[in-house]
Design a binder for this molecule. Structure first.
Ligand SMILES: Cc1ncc(C[n+]2csc(CCOP(=O)(O)OP(=O)(O)O)c2C)c(N)n1
Length: 640
């Protein structure tokens, strides 16, 4: 038997692909899948989406010549094969790790990554912009946007399609349709795509007609006109509603997305067209890894797992308790059982935001609107305007998409919408695009908004209960935002966590230092946002070992603040430290420092520094920003 020699080591750049036969590309696809499964099983990452686009990526790189031609990956989570083919094979095992290559396209990493992505639905806009630039610069390069059926639920993609249809530049949009967003895709467009798939027969007939005409010798203008008429007639029979055609695109598909020769043929045809085209490709999410094929939702984004059984490897060290996400989901179900005004809204992140149990328990009060954060917020505003109590559960990073809706549709009308912001703070592994560090700075400045940050499961439940109660609507009738990190909840047994909420005030977790003489080494207070509870507690222990006693004030409210109370508290200390898991510029701490202007007390502001925060574990990221226990203690003892 002949020994199988791997092909992957011969791929140094996508140019090397050009000489590969279809049979070799098929073998290469297998090798790439193994590499992806092996690497993601160690590092975690986006598994199922990447396994689904191996052949598509090979075909794209076979037909186009990056970096001159441009491929923009929507969301970008499916770019692993692209990275492997574009000079990053050796670095691939470091993907998503601190100092390793990114899990998303990154222009600073390679000229083959022509545009950074991470948030969904940007690819068509960016591709159209690039293509327009190419035209203005009289450059001949082609631009391709690869967008999933999930990302296509995002409104930005419709704005871009509409503009592209009007411009009629030869933009190529590859619609990677696997019927899935993270979970099953939702919305009327998803149904439209299914109908298009059923009309695939139209394409077969059309191709048959094309080849029939091509084979007639001397087929000139007349035949071409007849062919066009025939095509229209066939369209009229089989194919009356096609959204993309109506917008001015040529439409091809749906085609089988794992058939390499077919993909190469169709993409080559599209490259030669002189108008915008959508190629509708059907792929299987998780292809080639049994567990991911069976359950693509679970394997969309994974922690390290065992490739043999697909089971997640739990990190060693301390046992992980309930996460804030799980705590939120559980608390919301309990409240909704008693109050049928409570509704939950997610933007394609049902599992990620902990809403699966809610969906199961209250299917009519649960709404997954697709990747449509702006709509989610205004939809909630409508619900609230009619007396419902909507909870919009989003990741902090994705609410950035809906800032105007929060301000214009919710805050301005002072509507009682509750925002549950998950992944608020430093977020591991996904890098710059997914950090949840701007929400405090953005929303603190908006009138009517209240911002709360729990430090524990009990506090989160308490805050949610309060947020949805009539009592709170009497005190604070408008919007309210509860932010919590992607982390396990700390041990909750500590008494103060159960103390009822006092509007605008926090709670003392440790209070002895205020009794010390002002100016003495022991006269320090650390006021912190909930997610840093464990870090500041440990910092206080480190400081205690150095003879510095620090009180701990859990802020609970980041807005509004009982300013008089806080200023009075601050006046008892010679040093007040504000520790905040968010950008320090424009954040809570900076504002709180202004309260100390007329006090005889020094203020230290600790927060996330001015830079886009790259990937790493949460611990790494906290440490880089001086927000881990050691960093906090070191900064304090340096000042003391
Ligand atoms: C604005 C925004 N909201 C939510 C997400 C989270 N998210 C990442 S991938 C994804 C699903 C994308 O589905 P699709 O485009 O079909 O790609 P697939 O993973 O199915 O290949 C979602 C919701 C995001 N990246 N951006």
């Amino acid at each position: 038997m002949q020994e199988y020699l791997p092909l992957l080591p011969h791929i140094k750049s996508p140019e090397d692909l050009k000489r590969f036969s279809v049979a070799e590309l098929t073998c290469l696809a297998k090798e790439i899948r193994s590499l992806i499964i092996d690497t993601v099983s160690h590092n975690g990452g986006h598994l199922a989406s990447n396994l689904g686009v191996v052949e598509l990526t090979l075909a794209l790189h076979k037909v186009f010549a990056t970096p001159d031609d441009k491929i923009i990956w929507d969301v970008g989570h499916q770019c692993y094969t692209h990275k492997i083919l574009t000079g990053r094979q050796e670095a691939f095992p470091s993907i998503r790790q601190r100092s390793g290559i990114a899990g998303f396209p990154k222009t600073s990493e390679s000229p083959h990554d022509c545009f950074n992505t991470g948030h969904a639905s940007t690819s068509i806009s960016a591709a159209l912009g690039m293509l327009t630039a190419e035209k203005l610069q009289a450059a001949p390069n082609r631009v391709v946007a690869v967008i999933g059926d999930g990302a296509l639920t995002g409104g930005l993609s419709y704005e871009a399609l509409s503009h592209a249809g009007q411009m009629q530049l030869p933009l190529i949009v590859i619609l990677n349709d696997n019927n899935m967003s993270i979970g099953p895709n939702v919305g009327a467009l998803s149904q439209h795509l299914s109908r298009l798939s059923m009309k695939a027969r139209y394409q077969q007939v059309r191709r048959a007609i094309d080849s029939f005409v091509k084979n007639i010798p001397g087929a000139g203008n007349i035949l071409f006109k007849i062919m066009l008429r025939l095509k229209r007639a066939v369209k009229a029979v089989f194919y009356t509603d096609n959204f993309f055609v109506d917008l001015g695109f040529e439409y091809v598909g749906p085609i089988e997305g794992h058939d390499i020769p077919l993909l190469i043929r169709v993409i080559t045809d599209a490259r030669n067209l002189n108008k915008p085209v959508v190629i509708h490709v059907k792929t299987q999410k998780g292809k080639g890894f049994r567990f991911a094929e069976d359950d693509p939702g679970t394997y969309h984004g994974v922690q390290a797992f065992s490739p043999e059984d697909g089971i997640s490897k739990t990190p060693s060290g301390k046992p992980s308790g309930r996460t804030f996400t799980q705590a939120f989901g559980k608390a919301l179900v309990a409240i909704a059982e008693r109050d049928n005004r409570v509704t939950a809204i997610t933007a394609a992140m049902e599992g990620g935001t902990g809403l699966s149990a809610f969906k199961k328990a209250f299917p009519t009060r649960f709404f997954d609107v697709g990747i449509a954060e702006g709509h989610a917020v205004t939809f909630a505003a409508g619900l609230a305007a009619q007396g419902m109590r909507p909870v919009v559960a989003l990741y902090s990073t994705f609410i950035q998409r809906a800032v105007d809706q929060v301000i214009h549709d919710v805050c301005l009308q002072n509507l009682p919408v509750t925002f549950a912001l998950d992944r608020a703070g430093l977020v591991a592994a996904d890098g710059e695009t997914h950090q949840g560090i701007y929400d405090i700075s953005i929303f603190r400045s908006v009138p009517n908004m209240a911002i709360l940050a729990p430090a524990s499961e009990r506090e989160l439940a308490l805050m949610l209960e309060w947020a949805l109660s009539d009592l709170r609507c009497a005190v604070h009738p408008g919007p309210l935002l509860i932010r919590y990190p992607k982390a396990s909840c700390p041990d909750d047994a500590f008494e103060p966590f159960a103390l009822p909420l006092e509007y605008g005030r926090g709670i003392w977790m440790q209070r002895a230092a205020s009794l010390h003489d002002r100016g003495s080494r022991g006269n320090v207070c650390i006021a912190f946002t909930g997610s840093l509870y464990e870090q500041v507690s440990e910092a206080a222990d480190i400081l205690a070992a150095q003879g510095i006693q620090a009180d701990l004030y859990n802020l609970r409210f980041l807005k509004p603040i009982d300013e008089r109370y806080l200023a009075d508290c601050m006046s008892r200390y010679s040093l007040v430290v504000f520790a905040e898991e968010g950008r320090s510029s424009g954040g809570f701490a900076e504002y709180a420092a202004t309260l100390a202007l007329n006090l005889d007390c020094q203020v230290l502001v600790l927060g996330v520094q001015e830079q886009f925060e790259a990937q790493g574990s949460r611990e790494d990221l906290l440490s880089c920003n001086g927000l881990d226990a050691k960093g906090i203690a070191a900064r304090i003892s340096a000042v003391v």
